[in-house]
Design a protein around this ligand. Structure first.
Ligand SMILES: C[S@@+](CC[C@H](N)C(=O)[O-])C[C@H]1O[C@@H](n2cnc3c(N)ncnc32)[C@H](O)[C@@H]1O
Length: 509
């Protein structure tokens, strides 16, 4: 599904930050959707439905009245009109239909028995929206061509331009069935991010993303829209419509590996929800000349059909898609652990220089998974604790800490291993206490709210944050346990060594 990181690679503004390590296109599988989960999802979904319009009631200026197009996130009427239009426009008969579902509000359910290994969908290219799609308003497209606007901002502008034309756009049925307010951290206000996601590094990623979207809009506005006010009226092309269109792109854009990684909005295919249990993903099929996916499990009539949006952590799923899978169900889940060099370190300068040479800085985040942590994190820890006498190895350590390093050998410095593990443990425990503080306080948060819509929104965001923080803290607890065990083993080994040495000295004496 949406390859969110690509926005940062193709955007207009060269200063945009990049964090490619966190976004992968590969797919993972897992089991989830136990009955209890489904029950919670439907309750949760009910809150979500009333939340999609509720943010307009917030007092914060960053979330305004939203856009005039699209529909409520669970609307089936618009979805039915979309299905009809797609059939008339060349979508072949399908084995699935759009329905209200337990997971993801609306989704595709099987109408017939679907076998494992079956190809489904067959959406023809005439029904995709890509950077080459024809614009209803030619003049707008001519202007944008002159400025070589990259794919993501171009698609965002395309969507707004077509949406602004309402029924005269060829895509009006598609746009009407899109959520009016996509679930995404783009719609969280700064104080909501600060309040609910203080413990998680996803907060910073969300802030950067919001700034990127705002920066892109400002850049387009300054360089293009303000020069052609008749073609780009402010009532249509404004920050709010860009928040919407980027929210749609982040949650629905597909990268098609078999079309040289081209990005596209694929109506109908983008009604499929994500499951951590499946690995299958959307791609262009050259033989049938359409977007398809191949099922990796069987479905009975009435069951919801899923694809995978990729190997993404719960934080990344929240960031782009606005949901957090149930705890423990996402095998690709990871938490970012922030590490920093000690400012008081005698070699702070030399270590910073070594890190800089390899594209890192004196503070860096590394992903921890329930199964362990990367070699890069250990290398960074070695560097952080190494004494001045090891100065000759700083470069080697910094190189191994950067994921650009080609040699993936497991660096070992037995003389500082204990310090390095203790350094990681301290960082884990500092993080755990932030999460615990938030999770303990979350029970008593927001009770002063009197506006029911606002209460719904706050409860919904808080629940998402609690789910995210619980899953992130769980991985930190696991790392803490492994680190403590390793340290205990090292220390008891040392103790044994010391005792042996003592005994030997006594004998000698
Ligand atoms: C590509 S769209 C899928 C169709 C969407 N449900 C709709 O009705 O338009 C992605 C959005 O679906 C929802 N979604 C997808 N998978 C989900 C899941 N496993 N749990 C909860 N929501 C999910 C999220 O709101 C996400 O932003």
């Amino acid at each position: 599904m949406a390859e969110a990181s690509r926005i940062l690679q193709t955007m207009l503004i060269p200063t945009f930050s990049q964090n490619p390590s966190l976004y992968t296109t590969t797919i993972h599988s897992h089991r989830c959707f136990a009955p209890s989960t489904a029950k919670r999802s439907s309750l949760f979904d009910r809150i979500r439905c009333s939340v999609s319009t509720a943010s307009s009631g917030t007092t914060e200026s960053t979330v305004q009245n939203g856009v005039a197009w699209g529909c409520d996130a669970d609307s089936l009427e618009n979805a039915a009109a979309l299905q009809e239009w797609l059939s008339e426009s060349g979508l072949p008969p399908q084995k699935m239909a759009i329905e209200r579902v337990e997971v993801g509000e609306r989704g595709l359910i099987a109408l017939k028995n679907i076998r494992k290994g079956e190809k489904l969908l067959f959406v023809p290219p005439s029904l995709f929206i890509t950077a080459d799609s024809e614009w209803s308003c030619r003049e707008v497209s001519e202007v944008l061509k002159q400025y070589n606007v990259p794919d993501w901002p171009l698609l965002a502008t395309y969507l707004i331009s077509e949406a602004g034309l309402m029924n005269s756009s060829r895509w009006s049925n598609y746009i009407s069935a899109l959520p009016r307010q996509p679930y995404s951290l783009l719609y969280w206000t700064r104080s909501e991010l600060d309040r609910y996601l203080e413990a998680s590094q996803i907060r910073q990623r969300a802030i950067e993303r919001i700034n990127d979207v705002t920066g892109t809009y400002n850049d387009l506005q300054d360089r293009i829209f303000s020069k052609y006010p008749d073609l780009f009226p402010a009532e249509v092309f404004n920050m709010e419509s860009f928040r919407w269109s980027f929210g749609i792109l982040f949650s629905r854009l597909v990268r098609l590996p078999s079309m040289d990684g081209r990005v596209a909005l694929v109506p109908w295919a983008d009604m499929l929800n994500h499951s951590c249990e499946v690995e299958t993903f959307l791609d262009y099929d050259k033989s049938s000349q359409g977007v398809v996916f191949t099922t990796d499990r069987a479905y009975q009539p009435g069951e919801q059909v899923f694809i995978s949006y990729g190997k993404k952590s719960n934080g990344e799923l929240l960031l782009s898609y606005g949901f957090v899978p149930p705890e423990g169900t996402n095998p690709s889940d990871s938490v970012e652990l922030p590490l920093s060099l000690e400012k008081s370190d005698k070699c702070y300068k030399e270590k910073s220089v070594a890190l800089k040479k390899h594209g890192l800085s004196a503070s860096h985040c590394f992903p921890l998974q329930i199964t362990g942590w990367p070699l890069e994190l250990m290398a960074y820890a070695y560097l952080a604790v190494s004494p001045p006498s090891m100065q000759n190895q700083f470069d080697e350590m910094a190189s191994a800490a950067s994921n650009k390093s080609t040699s993936k050998k497991d660096l070992r410095y037995p003389e500082i291993e204990e310090d390095a593990l203790q350094f990681i443990l301290d960082a884990c425990e500092a993080s755990i206490s932030k999460y615990s503080k938030f999770l303990q306080a979350s029970g008593s948060m927001d009770l002063d709210v009197t506006n029911p819509k606002l209460l719904n929104r706050k409860l919904f965001l808080k629940q998402l944050a609690v789910d995210l923080c619980t899953s992130e803290r769980r991985m930190l607890f696991r790392a803490q346990y492994i680190l403590r065990r390793r340290l205990r083993d090292i220390r008891s080994g040392e103790l044994r060594g010391l005792k042996l040495f003592d005994g030997f000295m006594k004998l000698f004496n």
